[in-house]
Design a binder for this molecule. Structure first.
Ligand code: AHR
Length: 312
């Protein structure tokens, strides 16, 4: 059933007695590191025994971790799925073992009765917000855009691309001239941006960069500077996450806009799990987090100070 489990299947265990397995993707970005920190903090505050497994970017490691959590008989599983496909079998195994699974920050291409809920942002919307910002900012001027995509096959890479393209549709002045994965990392973002700059007349043909996360943008900003151009002015920079480092870049005038993704996915996930265990009431299949746009108008230096303490 869609509910997966009834509360009656559980003895009235309090959060203090809960054991939860968490399969994390790795530590590719500042945002990811903050999500890990906050998940551990949230678990500790609630007295949850969190079993943490770092998959080092590999789905096979995540599947192994899930199987190990199932074998240990954990009370619930959190998983941030590195890619969208290939989850049906292991999710079915968790369901058969009556262990609720909650997806964190990324979605999967699997029937939704195989997991309890997904705590994610609207990933298409994020791309759309970034795209609309660019459309408005260039205000009809011709603009060649380069795009740094996230990890190939991951839901944020697929959806943020889609949402951005939707925003640009019908605005023929904007053209995506190059698009490649930078794997959500700073190093790869810099490397790929270097190749974009080389291919586009040292960057003279590029008007804007859209990066699927801030870390790739920060790497690319470095590449733009090394190419002798001014990021934020010669090449507009818009990205996603709202990590402290991008606000530092924005405060220096080297980045223009970012769309916020909260790293606190675990808070709502544990709340949903708690309610489910208490009342047996299945949460909605999607618990949506906010996507707020930040621009130069938002006092980036101040936001930087505010953000620093929040898991980063
Ligand atoms: O799934 C969320 C994305 O994964 C974040 O935007 C990115 O920084 C992370 O690596």
């Amino acid at each position: 059933s869609a509910t997966i489990l009834a509360a009656s299947m559980f003895s009235a265990a309090s959060a203090a007695e809960l054991t939860v397995g968490f399969s994390q993707i790795g530590s590719e970005s500042g945002w990811r590191a903050a999500e890990t920190t906050l998940t551990k903090q949230q678990a500790e505050q609630r007295g949850i025994d969190l079993k943490f497994a770092d998959a080092q970017q590999k789905q096979e490691n995540q599947i192994k971790a899930l199987r190990s959590f199932i074998a240990q008989g954990v009370d619930a599983i959190l998983v941030a799925p590195v890619v969208a496909t290939g989850w049906d079998e292991v999710l079915q195994e968790a369901k058969d073992a009556e262990i609720p699974v909650i997806l964190l920050d990324r979605t999967v291409d699997a029937p939704d009765n195989l997991y309890l809920t997904a705590v994610t942002s609207d990933l298409v919307h994020e791309g759309n917000v970034a795209g609309k910002w660019l459309v408005d900012t260039v205000a009809g001027k011709p603009c060649n855009v380069v795009e740094l995509q996230g990890t190939t096959g991951s839901s944020p890479a697929i959806d943020r691309k889609k949402g951005f393209e939707e925003a640009l549709a019908g605005h023929d002045n904007l053209k995506i001239v190059r698009s490649q994965t930078g794997d959500f990392t700073r190093t790869k973002g810099k490397e790929v941006m270097e190749s974009f700059l080389k291919a586009e007349d040292g960057g003279k043909n590029i008007c804007a960069l859209y990066a699927h996360n801030d870390d790739m943008a920060v790497g690319a900003i470095q590449a733009i500077k090394e190419a002798g151009l001014k990021p934020g002015t010669d090449i507009l920079v818009v990205s996603i996450d709202a990590v402290p480092d991008i606000f530092q870049a924005m405060a220096a005038g080297e980045a223009n806009a970012t769309v916020e993704l909260t790293p606190n996915m675990a808070g709502p996930a544990f709340d949903a799990l708690d309610a489910f265990r208490k009342d047996g009431k299945a949460p909605p299949k999607w618990i949506q987090t906010e996507s707020k746009l930040y621009t130069q108008a938002d006092d980036p230096a101040k936001v930087y100070e505010e953000k620093k303490g929040l898991g980063y």
